[in-house]
Ligand binder design. Structure first.
Ligand code: NAD
Length: 289
């Protein structure tokens, strides 16, 4: 299959390389010359404009920083430029309203589009083990699966257009909330006279169990291995968690949903980022307690 890939950054670079490894012809574009050089080294054909990159393709995959960029790239250079019948897959994490708007614009121009945000970080992008949550029609999903599988551990049909972004924002809002709760419970246990390790042993087998506690324990040297054991380096950056929380808050406003703990978690990560901690793993909230 001939696939255009737009956005070859931390995530997109490895994803495009995995499409090449699976035997697809990948036509790559990024604004960064360095990213393009790397893609070339990984076997992609590189182009200096989006319009050239989408010529003759069966599918267009994008992995871009935000909704504004996704909208401008598709509206200016993909719609009407890619061949009729090409499938569009936006894997970026963006706001729900923009995901739906761009998908509808693609449909009006005669294309099928899915939103297909991912769970899993740079290691999963490089390793081809991302989880894709896909929003779009049954037919579009069936076509998307073939494109996504070489980059995936799992490809899940979430529902109609936008449902992938809904799944992503809800999952990451929940993740932020249980991470903060886990940090608070660990710190409280210690201060109240119960060692954090003993609390971990008990709560990880009790009703307090959750992924942040059981599999990614955010206190150094306690419980499961996590970036906490490496001074909160690597892992999932607090700046990216804040981005996802803001998308969830925008999505909640669009949907008219009440999310008081989500709002509070957003404020906590905002303060943490403003204090210069955006590069630290999101479990480093523990150090503020
Ligand atoms: P990144 O900043 O490393 O890469 C984005 C790339 O897009 C850059 O190479 C940039 O040059 C390029 N770009 C920007 N504007 C462009 C344009 N107009 N045309 C073409 N290329 C353009 O970001 P990333 O970490 O790869 O993240 C990409 C997306 O994946 C984001 O939406 C992010 O939220 C999501 N995501 C990231 C992670 C992660 O761990 N990094 C995990 C899950 C989801």
């Amino acid at each position: 299959m001939k696939i255009a890939f737009i956005g070859l950054g931390n995530m997109g670079g490895g994803m495009a390389a995995n499409l090449v490894k699976a035997g697809h012809a990948v036509q790559a574009f990024d604004l960064s010359a360095e990213a393009l050089d790397k893609a070339k080294g990984n076997g992609c054909a590189v182009f200096t404009t989006v319009r050239e990159a989408v010529q003759g393709v069966d599918a267009v995959v994008s992995m871009l920083p935000n909704g504004g960029i996704v909208k401008s790239v598709y509206e200016a250079d993909v719609l009407g430029q890619a061949p009729a019948g090409a499938l569009f897959l936006d894997c970026s994490t963006i706001d729900l309203a923009t995901a739906r708007e761009v998908g509808e614009a693609a449909k009006a121009a005669g294309y099928e589009m899915v939103d297909a945000p991912v769970s899993g970080g740079i290691a999963a992008a490089n390793g081809g083990t991302l989880t894709f949550m896909v929003g779009g029609s049954e037919e579009a999903f069936a076509r998307a699966q073939t494109v996504l599988e070489p980059m995936a551990k799992a490809v899940i049909h979430a529902g109609e257009l936008g449902a992938g972004q809904v799944a992503k924002m809800c999952n990451n809002m929940l993740l932020a909330i249980h991470m903060i709760g886990t940090c608070e419970a660990l710190a409280l246990a210690e201060k109240a006279g119960l060692s954090m390790q003993k609390f971990y042993e008990i709560s990880s087998k009790s009703t307090g169990y959750n992924w942040s506690l059981n599999d990614y324990t955010p206190a150094p040297g306690v419980g499961a291995a996590s970036p906490a054991d490496n001074d909160y380096q690597g892992g999932f950056a607090s700046a990216l968690m804040l981005k996802d929380l803001r998308l969830a808050m925008a999505g909640a406003a669009t949907a008219g949903a009440s999310v008081p703990l989500g709002e509070h978690a957003t404020k906590i990560y905002e303060a943490f980022n403003e204090a210069g901690n955006g590069g630290k793993d999101f479990g480093a909230i523990f150090t503020t307690l």
